[in-house]
Design a protein around this ligand. Structure first.
Ligand code: FES
Ligand SMILES: [Fe+2]
Length: 358
């Protein structure tokens, strides 16, 4: 398990922001948030500002959300820019394809502006089941390879055609890696969530497996919680319980046997703060979204509470990582890949950053 220094070191955090997030496929939003030409959304990949925009021909494109003139953010939140992005600072104007179209009072520049040099550089973008991912460095493996067997496992859920439901957006006072460790920890479910989700499932039948960029947990539900008939398209583990699919570095997609899914993603906002977001989806547009949201919010609060307690604990001088339980297996996928990427990024290996599990 990772040494506590990793959760409190500013240098380690910087390496993650500079190297881990940009070199990964990072979820940035649902394609139906930007349905029409000119629709955009602003997001961060780690701390890197990016924007996703729907082109005139209907394709999605991603660009840095940073003006090449003086670095102003180009857009915030979600909206429609009506065929051109206009920088809010000095009005440089870009097409939906990123080309620089207009520069106010061009003659004031010492040498002529070359639009080919000063457009927005397109970033690599791909979509799986309506979920939009961006890879800033452009050299991650193809998205479908990166997702390993998640597309097969969740294929029957048909997430792309689900209705978008409730969402949550909350701050947590903890390093994002503690939040991720907890998100892929199956050991705490019947303790922390004993009053909420643990009552619905057969904890003793849980199985987990760890890949390279993904890790899966399969949690069979109690018969009383399952639909009378399996949902069309769902069979085996997908029909009998939840499939929790972690995708490195910060995404969790959970498919439910009832025809719904939950997308959870966590964005670092500083060495000891994280932004936690959840999006509920369902095939049943009339599903009781209110009770769904209440349950989501409750489970989130239960998790935030332990994450914030751990943040205080990892700052203690006495803490050394304890032994790892079999149901903490998925944490290995997350930590191993993260440490490899950070280690690779440092010029020289820094052994202080890698603890040895006991
Ligand atoms: S910063 Fe965008 S036009 Fe100057
Ligand atoms: Fe939890």
């Amino acid at each position: 398990m990772m040494a506590p220094e990793a959760y409190r070191s500013g240098e380690f955090y910087r390496a993650e922001i500079d190297w881990v997030f940009p070199a990964s496929w990072v979820f940035v939003g649902h394609e139906r948030w930007v349905p029409a030409p000119g629709d955009y959304l602003a997001e961060t990949v780690g701390e890197e500002p990016v924007l996703v925009i729907r082109n005139a021909d209907g394709a999605l494109r991603a660009f840095p959300n940073v003006c090449p003139h003086r670095a102003s953010l180009l857009v915030e939140g979600r909206g429609n820019c009506d065929r051109r992005l206009v920088c809010p600072y000095h009005g440089w104007t870009f097409g939906l394809d990123g080309r620089l179209l207009a520069v106010p009072r061009q003659r004031g520049f010492a040498s002529p502006i070359n639009p080919d040099e000063l457009g927005l550089r397109e970033l690599r973008l791909d979509v799986w089941e309506g979920l939009v991912f961006v890879n800033v460095t452009g050299d991650a493996p193809p998205l479908l390879d990166y997702l390993e067997d998640v597309p097969d496992l969740l294929g029957g859920h048909d997430i792309a055609s689900m209705h978008l439901g409730e969402s949550l957006d909350d701050p947590i006072a903890a390093n994002w890696k503690l939040v991720m460790d907890n998100a892929v920890c199956d050991y705490h479910l019947d303790i922390v969530h004993r009053e909420s989700i643990a009552a619905l499932v057969h904890m003793e039948a849980l199985t987990a497996r760890a890949g390279t960029t993904t890790a899966i947990t399969s949690v069979p539900w109690k018969e009383s919680e399952l639909p009378a008939e399996p949902r069309p398209g769902l069979a085996g583990a997908a029909a009998e319980g939840s499939l929790g699919c972690f995708v490195f570095p910060n995404l969790h997609v959970i498919g439910f046997p009832t025809g719904g899914a939950t997308i959870m993603w966590w964005t670092p906002t500083g060495p000891a703060t994280t932004r936690a977001r959840v999006l509920g989806l369902s095939h049943d547009a009339d599903a009781d979204v209110r009770s769904g949201k209440e349950l989501l919010a409750r489970v989130q609060r239960e998790d935030f509470d332990v994450c914030e307690k751990m943040q205080i604990g990892v700052q203690s001088r006495v803490y050394e990582p304890g032994p790892q339980h079999a149901t903490e297996l998925r944490i290995t996928t997350f930590q191993r890949r993260l440490l490899e990427m950070v280690q690779h990024a440092f010029d020289r290996g820094d052994d202080r950053l890698i603890g040895v599990g006991r």
